[in-house]
Unconditional design. Structure first.
Length: 334
């Protein structure tokens, strides 16, 4: 599964070992077209990497549009024999919830549009209004539903794309696995989506670096703030990693499901904090599409979410919008 956006977060892991019978284990590797980094403290000194990697492979076979044998690929191909699994169900139900809450700003049926613009597994096409209008006829989460273990479509051309939040859910899957293993302190990062619980080997809350939202496809930008992740998930969506420039115009990968075109607003990044990563990942995407004023109203109606939004003014200067709880999470660097 290819990451929709390379996060603005650089996770700084402590790799000190053996303190008060705890051992700090650090594991990393490739997954879902990106990478994972996990640090956990374990009194039993176990190597959990093989089990975690199997979880991630199974997850990929459920909801990756880049896997030709995955459940979601078979659903998109209208395979009548496909039965959806628990991973798919969780993603579908969360997607339906966030689609309703964001009034359609977040919509996982945008896959045909994502492909058309060259941001998905399909081949980019020449963008013409008539083509976009034609695709919009079968974009809409009202055109698909889950009944039992089967997907029902009102139009066979409807196709799902969970990439906007599935990596966040994979963080939750790994975190739940660590919980079941009795791990009390850990931090899990997959493709920039993060959840942290407990403290590091020194007893300090896990932290993540927030970067300047400067256009940069390849490298990290300078850190502007630190986020404290105390039993907290964080996801960031932004327009400075996945984009292309054509005829002097920048096109970012966050598509407006209602217009069929990349969202046009002055938001640069939206960082969302909540108790699980599937929630932060999906809502960060929706916020970036809806724009600042609608995002403010949305966040006021959803106190379970904390958000830190960076946007630009008419002169191109960075401006910040923060929900009330952000003061307890983010510390700006001098």
């Amino acid at each position: 599964m290819q990451k929709k956006y390379l996060s603005l977060f650089l996770i700084v892991f402590s790799t000190t070992t053996a303190f008060c019978q705890l051992e700090s284990a650090y594991i990393e590797g490739p997954t879902q077209g990106t990478s994972y980094h996990i640090n956990y403290l374990d009194t039993k000194h176990r190597n959990l990497q093989p089990e975690i990697e199997k979880l991630l492979v199974d997850f990929d076979f459920s909801v990756s549009t880049y896997n030709p044998y995955s459940i979601i690929t078979r659903v998109n191909q209208n395979d009548k024999d496909v039965i959806v699994d628990k991973y798919f169900k969780v993603c579908f139900k969360k997607a339906k919830e966030v689609w309703k809450n964001t009034e359609g700003a977040f919509d996982p049926t945008v896959l045909p549009l994502t492909n058309a613009w060259g941001f998905g597994p399909g081949k980019k096409m020449t963008i013409e209004k008539s083509k976009i209008d034609s695709i919009l006829q079968f974009v809409g989460f009202n055109l698909i539903e889950l009944k039992g273990n089967k997907i029902i479509k009102k139009d066979p051309r409807v196709a799902l794309d969970f990439n906007a939040f599935a990596q966040g859910y994979s963080v939750d899957v790994v975190s739940q696995f660590l919980d079941k293993k009795g791990i009390k302190s850990y931090i899990v990062e997959i493709g920039g989506e993060v959840y942290a619980k407990g403290t590091d080997i020194h007893g300090k809350v896990w932290t993540a670096n927030l970067e300047e939202p400067k256009d940069n496809k390849e490298a990290l930008n300078k850190t502007i703030a630190l986020a404290k992740l105390n039993n907290l998930a964080i996801s960031t969506s932004g327009n400075n990693r996945r984009y292309f420039i054509e005829n002097g115009i920048k096109y970012a990968h966050h598509l407006n499901p209602k217009t069929g075109y990349p969202a046009k607003n002055n938001l640069l990044t939206a960082s969302v904090f909540a108790k699980d990563c599937i929630t932060t990942d999906s809502n960060a995407t929706g916020i970036l599409v809806m724009g600042l004023e609608k995002a403010k109203v949305f966040l006021q109606n959803h106190p379970e979410l904390e958000a830190f939004i960076i946007y630009s003014d008419e002169q191109g200067n960075y401006k910040y919008y923060k929900t009330n709880g952000i003061k307890n999470i983010i510390e700006f660097k001098e």
